[in-house]
Design a binder for this molecule. Structure first.
Ligand SMILES: NC(=O)c1ccc[n+]([C@@H]2O[C@H](COP(=O)([O-])OP(=O)(O)OC[C@H]3O[C@@H](n4cnc5c(N)ncnc54)[C@H](O)[C@@H]3O)[C@@H](O)[C@H]2O)c1
Length: 381
């Protein structure tokens, strides 16, 4: 069993999720590589406390991420920082020769993402992937398998999105995710956009052009002192895209929303095809809907319940239900599997690559321009 020693930079929401996944690595079977967290960094010392309490493997606690990069024990870094820091910190990690799992969107804008890509090209020995966990849900892996097998026939349309209600409450205090200087001009597009793009790009569906409509629904929010602060990020976005597969042109609609009535944290993916149509929504995370069209016969959706039929085998019985933290464990297994084996288990069992990330930034940048000019914008990859 190979052990990859990790440093974590950013001990907030996502930093802790990775540590928790690493702590139950024994849940996975048949994987010849495992992570060990040996160093953590957060500029806010209070955020390190949870790691001190729970992880005896951590020998370095620091406020300065450069200490992690100088640490010879650290082979790989998971970086989960606000978006304004991605470019500088990711480039420093790559130049230090540490493998990187970086959080989306990999830079506050296209320029930042391109700079990270340039650093990566100068350091080809470093393995770099972007975090995105939803496609690792077994029902989604089944859907992806159907795309891979060409089982759907000619694509009629694809609809994908990520819908939150996290900002429905207008009295919720402002945080960095609602501030342009930390979150970026993209707002919700950069924040949630990678999630619906992940499967779309792995399927080879790169939008040729985009017409986007963005909304700023909440213009101010209370700050830490109880005063009202301007909230300048985009809350919701809909991207209408034109895709092509084997000369067949079809529409792709991507939705990213933080103000989505009735949606807690819904990630969905639908592909309608001439032979078979498939739908997945994290609202019913363990099921997939499939409809096979048979010439002249009645149409009826079939709902298939799935359990722990995971890509990376686990000790759980197959009938036990799957959850969000299970998808993170699968994503981390995919990262380490590819790091150790030099290739993913299959096309859709790989984490998001840097080229896919840069493509997402090109699409998002075109979406911004489309909203501004009210025009359809061509996307060049
Ligand atoms: N994959 C997902 O599902 C998912 C979900 C949420 C967030 N994210 C992404 O994860 C990243 C972090 O988001 P989060 O929700 O964990 O944020 P968070 O605010 O919970 O955590 C960020 C942490 O970074 C620390 N920090 C800030 N500046 C620092 C610096 N210069 N040096 C060291 N530490 C510093 C903060 O103190 C904080 O603890 C973002 O890129 C976000 O888009 C991904």
């Amino acid at each position: 069993m190979r052990t990859v020693k990790f440093g974590i930079i950013g001990c907030g929401l996502m930093g802790r999720e990775f540590a928790s996944a690493a702590a139950r690595w024994c849940h996975l079977e048949d994987i010849e590589v495992k992570p060990e967290i040996v160093a953590v960094c957060d500029m806010n010392e209070k955020m390190q406390e949870w790691f001190k309490k729970n992880f005896s493997s951590v020998k370095m606690f620091t406020k300065d991420y450069k200490d992690i990069l100088k640490n010879k024990d650290v082979e790989a870094v998971y970086c989960a920082l606000p978006h304004n820091l991605h470019e500088k910190v990711y480039c420093d990690i790559i130049r230090a020769g540490k493998h990187l799992m970086g959080e989306k969107p990999f830079g506050i804008d296209l320029k930042a993402a391109l700079n990270i890509q340039k650093c990566a090209k100068e350091n080809p020995e470093v393995f770099i992937r972007c975090s995105s966990e939803y496609p690792f849900i077994p029902a989604m892996q089944k859907l992806c398998g159907m795309i891979d097998a060409g089982a759907l026939g000619k694509i009629i349309e694809v609809n994908a999105g990520f819908l939150h209600s996290s900002d429905m409450d207008q009295t919720k205090p402002i945080n960095w995710k609602r501030m342009v200087e930390f979150n970026g001009e993209y707002g919700v597009v950069g924040d949630l956009g990678m999630h619906p793009c992940h499967v779309t790009f792995k399927a080879g569906w790169y939008p040729k052009n985009v017409r986007a409509i963005l909304s700023k629904l909440v213009k101010e929010r209370p700050d830490a002192k109880g005063k009202m602060a301007p909230c300048l990020t985009w809350d919701n976005a809909t991207l209408f895209c034109e895709c092509e597969e084997d000369t067949n042109i079809f529409p792709l609609t991507l939705k990213m929303q933080r103000v989505a009535p009735g949606e807690k944290d819904t990630w969905y993916y639908e592909v309608l095809g001439t032979k078979v149509s498939v739908k997945y929504s994290s609202k019913n995370t363990n099921s997939i809907q499939i409809m096979e069209y048979k010439q002249g016969e009645e149409q009826g959706w079939q709902t298939i319940d799935m359990g722990q039929e995971t890509t990376f085998h686990v000790i759980s019985g197959k009938i036990f239900e799957f959850s969000f933290s299970d998808s993170l464990l699968q994503m981390w297994a995919a990262f380490l599997y590819e790091l150790a084996n030099g290739k993913p288990k299959n096309n859709f069992a790989g984490c998001v690559t840097l080229d896919e990330v840069v493509s997402s930034h090109k699409l998002f940048t075109a979406a911004m321009e489309s909203h501004k000019t009210k025009q359809t914008i061509k996307v060049d990859y």
